[in-house]
Design a protein. Structure first.
Length: 84
């Protein structure tokens, strides 16, 4: 991820940067965008993301070290997740 002039990561992220950060394929990120499941804004035709919003999005999905299974009421351990 690109750093600001002060060496800190930029507070604004691109699709590629968020996909790398989440360790998912860009197609998965575009699906989350289409479903309205992740916050974004547009600059022209390009999607951008606020780093703090992405970190909150991640934190909101954690439940005692587990992630909610979107297809049921079960909880999955992180190793059980398949990300595309």
């Amino acid at each position: 991820m690109k750093a600001d002039g002060d060496g800190m990561p930029s507070p604004i992220m691109t699709v590629n940067e968020v996909a790398q950060y989440l360790r998912v394929h860009q197609t998965t990120l575009y699906k989350l965008i289409r479903r309205g499941e992740i916050q974004f804004f547009k600059v022209g035709s390009d999607y951008r993301f606020n780093r703090e919003a992405i970190e909150k999005w991640i934190a909101d999905r954690r439940v005692d070290g587990r992630f909610p299974d979107p297809d049921s009421s079960r909880l999955l351990k992180p190793a059980a997740l398949e990300l595309h």
